[in-house]
Ligand binder design. Sequence first.
Ligand SMILES: [Zn+2]
Length: 106
Amino acid sequence: MVALLGHRRAAAVAVDIAAFQQLMAETYGERDRARGLPSAIAWLAEEVGELAQAVRKGDRAQQLHELGDVLAWLASIAHQLDLGLDDAAQRYAGGCPRCGNRPCTC
Ligand SMILES: [Zn+2]
C-alpha cells in the first residue's frame, strides 16, 4: 500500500513537471532558443542567487516567487536540451538513487 501510494504520487509529480515544461516552452521557448543555452544557464545561476537571498532574508511570497523563477529556467534549459524534467525526476522516483531508501540511509 505504501509502495502503491508512493508510485501514484511519483507519477502525479512527473505529469505536473512535464506539463509545466510544456507550458514554459509554449510561453518562452522560441525566445529562449534564440538566446541560447549559455544565456539560459546564466539566468538560472542569477535566479538561484536570488532564491538564496530570499531564503536568507525574504518572506514566503518572495521565496515562492524565486522558486518559480528557478523552475522556469530549469524548464527552459531542459527544453533546449530536448530533455524532460519528468525524466530527470525519475532518477529520484524510487527514493535515494544510491540506496533506494526513503528516507536515505547512505
Ligand atoms: Zn541513500
